[in-house]
Design a protein around this ligand. Sequence first.
Ligand SMILES: [Zn+2]
Ligand SMILES: [Zn+2]
Ligand SMILES: [Zn+2]
Length: 316
Amino acid sequence: MTEPKRITREAPTDPPREQPKDYFSPQQTYNVSGQPLVYQPQISPPQYADLRRHPRYLVTRPIMAIPVLPDGSPDMDNVLEGITVDISASGIGIEVPVEQPPLGKTMVLGVETDEGSMGFVTATIKYAAECGIGFRLGAQFVPADKDLLRPERVTPTFNAQTYNFTTGLSNDALARWGMLGVVRPMLLDWVQVCYQCQSLLTFRRGCPQCGSARMATSRLIHHFACAHIGYTLDFEGEGCLQCPKCLTKNLVVGTDFEFLDGPYRCMDCSWNGTELERIAQCLRCRVRFPSHRVLEKELIGYHVCRLDPMDFVPDA
Ligand SMILES: [Zn+2]
Ligand SMILES: [Zn+2]
Ligand SMILES: [Zn+2]
């Protein structure tokens, strides 16, 4: 596995926000051929026009741009480091050292915040123009409900098809995002699951030997007066209940006696005894086993520190 690339934390000095014209002046920036570059693009592709519906603010911060692979994992070999140029509510302009502009690609962008931590957002590269270090890219933020790292993709949720908890992104993809520092694992809960397939279980009492629920029990009668306990059948006298020990007749339930559960007998195996066991059954693979064999599984969710573009807007 490739070592995650490290972001240089030496932030370039922010240009004074009152003087945006200086920052944009053509003398400051050159394209790869050494030609001065005028930032305002001559041709504005229709997609890029999208980025301009919101006012843009000049922001120069270190940025990490991570290409996203088709399976939703980061392309760890091609993580780019660059700087931001400007930011709006809907998109961001960045400069990165690339030879080919990643037009149309989806990337997770990490921008250093005032506190020195990184805020992350998913964006699509909509525009590219050559600049001094490689390319100036215009990236449009992906809507929150389509963001690669939106909460439902990084939080385990119950899957009614497989009866277990899954995240939208694979564990492997999440581990890779974790190595890059984009997501941070958090313990959410513990669940008891099947030791075979890790799916959810039902629980009930049953036969300690075979797990069956088909248990027969003989009812017993406890005669309070003489403390005799015996099978119900032995108390049946002529038209009334009679204690076989002290021979008292016309026994009344609650006043003279109580019913007790006798020993259990399993109708599926030969077991008999007085204590049933708590039995788990897997909802998916149907395996049945004593509950002391359940697997306790951690539910791990992932926290993403999200980039709020409005954090970069200067105070009015
Ligand atoms: Zn049994
Ligand atoms: Zn009796
Ligand atoms: Zn199972």
